[in-house]
Design a protein around this ligand. Structure first.
Ligand SMILES: NC(=O)C1=CN([C@@H]2O[C@H](COP(=O)(O)OP(=O)(O)OC[C@H]3O[C@@H](n4cnc5c(N)ncnc54)[C@H](OP(=O)(O)O)[C@@H]3O)[C@@H](O)[C@H]2O)C=CC1
Ligand SMILES: O=C(O)C1=N[C@H](C(=O)O)C[C@H](O)C1
Length: 239
């Protein structure tokens, strides 16, 4: 597969490593305005975007307009997600966005949904989310933490939203901490006066995120439409 990397930072470099190990070729690396680069859909099978929040939407939609499917892991741009989906459909392209591509976190997402469903009637427990990342992270809270919060809200009609730090009774507080060299740690805690229940995912490196993104690109090649990591993993599990 011929891959274009949109964003050649911590994740872009890790993805390059894993993609080449899996026999793919990185044919383009973009670290500035995508308009500075020639995009030839006949020479690029998939673009993988791990750039910055303010560039992701333009990167993704420009690729759609050049008939290049996109796997995007960039977080902090989701206010434009629906617009990106619309353009993908208009251009008959293909798209996967995931706040977290790692297999372990996608298992954690399923665990989170299940636990949220079990806890919804237990009103003595108050839920919160903590995420810890490296000090270079531009956005807060993490996209993964937002996904976790959205999953809990879908399972609990008494919860209406989430807030960074202090939250109202009907909101989930998300605490975002920044520490040197932390790839990504997420903890969901249900706390009551009697006891506390928590589930936690700790990434040890960026390998899991990068492998998941490359596997998603392999899944997306040659397809049309909008998919999720759930589609990718169901194909993986069914094989
Ligand atoms: N979904 C997932 O599984 C994961 C998602 N992420 C997300 O991926 C994103 C990138 O993370 P990370 O690699 O650590 O960040 P980095 O800052 O290391 O890399 C981002 C890169 O994007 C470059 N860049 C700046 N402007 C543009 C542009 N217009 N087009 C393309 N690239 C550009 C930056 O260049 P310069 O430094 O010169 O500005 C930088 O090299 C973040 O949003 C993060 O949250 C991270 C890990 C996993
Ligand atoms: O910026 C990071 O590093 C990460 N960002 C993603 C997020 O915002 O959830 C995924 C992972 O936690 C690492």
């Amino acid at each position: 597969m011929k891959i274009a990397l949109l964003g050649y930072g911590r994740m872009g470099k890790t993805i390059e490593e894993i993609a080449e190990q899996r026999g793919h070729e990185v044919v383009l690396k973009v670290s500035d305005d995508i308009d500075n680069h020639e995009l030839d859909g006949s020479k690029i099978d998939v673009a993988i975007d791990f750039s910055i929040p303010k560039a992701a939407f333009k990167n993704i939609t420009t690729c759609f307009k050049h008939n290049i499917p996109v796997v995007s892991g960039t977080t902090g741009w989701l206010d434009n997600y629906e617009k990106a989906r619309k353009i993908c459909k208009e251009e008959d392209s293909a798209f996967i966005y995931a706040s977290n591509f790692s297999l372990g976190v996608n298992v954690f997402f399923e665990l989170n949904k299940k636990l949220a469903g079990m806890m919804q009637g237990l009103e003595d427990y108050k839920v919160d989310i903590e995420e810890i990342h490296h000090t270079q992270k531009l956005d807060a809270p993490s996209g993964t933490a937002i996904t976790l919060a959205q999953q809990i809200i879908e399972e609990n009609s008494k919860l209406k939203g989430w807030q960074l730090d202090d939250a109202d009774e009907d909101e989930i507080p998300i605490y975002a901490k920044r520490e040197e060299n932390v790839p990504g740690t997420h903890t969901v805690t249900y706390d009551s006066p009697i006891d506390s229940i928590e589930i936690k995912h700790t990434a040890k490196s960026r390998q899991g995120f990068a492998l998941g993104a490359v596997v998603a690109a392999e899944y997306l090649k040659g397809k049309q439409g909008i998919f999720t990591m759930k589609d990718v993993l169901s194909e993986l599990f069914n094989n």
